[in-house]
Design a protein around this ligand. Structure first.
Ligand code: NAD
Length: 269
């Protein structure tokens, strides 16, 4: 079924989508139109078919020229180039792509000095609430008594592990404990690992079938277990959240915003 592109009321925010042929891109196009924005079109790899009725732009620079906000769900390898083009155009950017390297993250920060950027590993409102709760729980449950493990499951096409959301949960726990995630992360244990290190935050990733996204955060002491679980039933939750972020960020001053800021929970996590 084709996507009806709005004709563009003068005040309507112009949204362009990077990765418009992808699983997320197609939903983002539908959600942008449903939200009353003007969908100017999108970009994707030349061999990927864009949805019928949608304008395909030649590259990110051309898309950025035509849009107020680019919503980007592509691949980590595209992020540095997109950061440069968005920065040159001076427009807003909603970045959902995960699996970024430290260099990619640095490129995002450079762009955020010139443009309003919302970056989130997960745009669903429910996951962002879980992040707030995770930080609070970590602050109240001492690392000396409570081990933290994060288990996530995603569909078989997922290319990065642990998921961006799992890492965001780990960061929230580390923040609540006044620690740096990089110093306490234990991911993908295998073989003779030795006993669990005190204060470690463990990660395990399952890849199976067409699971949209499941995350469980476990706090375990010798006496009790507490779990926070989130299950995404439909990836439209991410798409609707990202379009909400696009409408929120258009016209804001340059900064690196989070989905917490969009949801009005920015000071809590
Ligand atoms: P997908 O593979 O279905 O779609 C990605 C699309 O991007 C594809 O159509 C691909 O052709 C296109 N693409 C790749 N490189 C490109 C480039 N250089 N220029 C233009 N287009 C390019 O994947 P997906 O499930 O839609 O996920 C996309 C990304 O979004 C992944 O990194 C995924 O982890 C992430 N994601 C984030 C959230 C969130 O809430 N932040 C939610 C779901 C997925």
């Amino acid at each position: 079924m084709g996507i009806r592109v709005t004709s563009g009321v003068s005040m309507s925010i112009r949204i362009g989508i990077a990765g418009i042929a992808g699983r997320m891109g197609r939903l983002l196009a539908e959600e942008a139109v449903a939200a009353g924005a003007t969908l100017v079109g999108g970009i994707d790899r030349p061999e990927a078919p864009v949805p019928p009725g949608v304008t395909r732009f030649t590259d990110i620079a051309a898309l950025a020229e035509a849009a107020d906000v680019v919503v980007d769900f592509t691949h980590a390898s595209a992020v540095a180039g997109h950061a440069a083009a968005i920065g040159a155009a001076g427009i807003a950017w909603v970045l959902g792509t995960t699996g970024l390297s430290a260099d990619d993250e640095a490129a995002v920060r450079v762009t955020a000095a010139r443009c309003a950027v919302v970056q989130a590993a997960n745009f669903s409102p429910g996951v962002n609430l879980v992040l707030v709760l995770a930080e609070r729980m970590a602050a109240g449950l001492p690392a000396t008594s409570y081990d933290v493990e994060i288990v996530e499951t995603h569909h078989r096409q997922t290319v990065d592990a642990p998921s961006g959301t799992a890492i965001a949960m780990g960061r929230a726990v580390a923040k609540g404990r006044g620690a740096r995630l990089e110093e306490v992360m234990e991911s993908g244990r295998h073989g003779h690992t030795g006993a669990r290190k005190p204060g470690a935050i463990g990660f395990a990733a399952l890849r199976a079938g067409q699971v949209v996204g499941e995350h469980t955060l476990l706090f375990a002491s010798a006496d009790e277990h507490i779990t926070l679980s989130h299950r995404a039933i439909d990836r439209r939750a991410f798409a609707a959240g990202a379009i909400r972020a696009a409408l929120w960020v258009a016209g804001r001053p340059p900064a690196l915003y989070s989905m917490m800021d969009v949801l009005g929970m920015g000071d809590e996590a």
